[in-house]
Ligand binder design. Structure first.
Ligand code: 13P
Ligand code: SF4
Length: 316
């Protein structure tokens, strides 16, 4: 049971958030702004978002919105992709420090060197990458369309970067030869077979659903593998009512919203992306107050990266 002090602190926080939400609504109207939030964001951000989604849906929304300002609540590569797809919009991030360690595992020079070794290969790059890396790429993909994108390219060989786990998953669904970069997501890659076995023992009736950024041996245990949106849809539409979830814990917000009577057990307490949690409601309001920090991409880089992103949108 919560103590009197804890209850008082919770009430103060609730009142503070109520005031922030009122201010946010005023600012959104004044600036003609839209709030986009990834499913891994804190609940307090997902609650106020105009649109929640996975990387693909958010990129699609950024490309089609008629708002003047996009407040992108996710990590840096996502806001950068939004700016590339919507160059005339102002794209704000609540906290610019929200990066993606996986995206930092590949750089343009390294990718150029690999391309030189495999001149006949097409380059398929996961959207979790910098604009400079995208500019070296033939076509981007997200976890929701990776197999389709790889199968769409006109070469037998594909250079894949940066996620080795998603790359392994795709390689099982294509005849193309995959040359796979050795990057990974620190959060998803932490989930082990042992974690899943223990959870299955504790919840024997639950189905196991996971993201393809998990290790191959973990993915092999899953009843369903898919992007964040794929997992949410599968759980909502399934006749089953109990799930062990192998992706970031922010997904719980939408899972519980869609299926309040179902049970969701996250497969490990470490399934938390610290970068995604850097953003707060207070920072969202501050970003719209100050119109900072804004995302900028050098035009010569943006132009090439846009081609790779637009090809993905066309294929999907
Ligand atoms: P999706 O949004 O494509 O499910 O990817 C998850 C992820 O790790 C985003 O950083
Ligand atoms: Fe990057 Fe993994 Fe965090 Fe997604 S969950 S932003 S891939 S570190």
């Amino acid at each position: 049971m919560a103590s009197t002090m804890e209850i008082a602190a919770m009430e103060r926080k609730a009142e503070e958030n109520r005031q922030l939400r009122i201010r946010l609504e005023q600012l959104k109207k004044e600036r003609n702004a839209i709030i986009l939030a990834h499913y891994y964001q804190r609940d307090e951000i997902q609650e106020v978002a105009d649109f929640r989604g996975d990387s693909f849906l958010l990129a699609q929304k950024a490309a089609s919105t008629d708002a003047d300002v996009i407040v992108f609540c996710g990590v840096h590569f996502m806001a950068e992709s939004a700016k590339i797809l919507a160059p005339d919009k102002i794209v704000l991030m609540p906290d610019e420090r929200a990066g993606c360690p996986m995206a930092d595992m590949v750089n343009p020079a390294g990718l150029r060197a690999l391309k030189a070794k495999h001149p006949n290969a097409r380059v398929v790059t996961y959207i979790n990458s910098s604009a400079e890396v995208k500019a070296e790429t033939d076509i981007c993909c997200t976890s929701s369309n990776a197999v389709k994108v790889v199968n769409s390219v006109d070469s037998d060989e594909v250079i894949w970067c940066p996620d080795k786990n998603l790359g392994h998953y795709v390689s099982q669904h294509t005849d193309k030869k995959m040359i796979i970069w050795e990057g990974y997501c620190n959060t998803h890659d932490m989930l082990t077979v042992r974690d899943v076995v223990e959870m299955k023992q504790r919840h024997p009736n639950a189905l196991f659903v996971c993201h393809p950024e998990c290790r191959p041996e973990v993915v092999a245990m899953a009843d369903f593998v898919g992007s964040t949106t794929g997992i949410i849809k599968y759980c909502r539409e399934s006749d089953h009512d109990e799930f062990i979830v192998g992706t970031e814990d922010g997904t719980g917000y939408q899972l519980r919203k869609d299926s309040p009577h179902k049970k969701f057990h996250f497969a490990s307490k470490f399934l938390v992306c610290p970068n995604m949690k850097v953003n707060t409601l207070k920072k969202v309001v501050r970003a719209l107050e100050t119109m900072q920090p804004q995302i900028h991409v050098r035009p010569e880089v943006a132009e090439k990266a846009r081609l790779a992103l637009e090809r993905m949108l066309q294929v999907s």
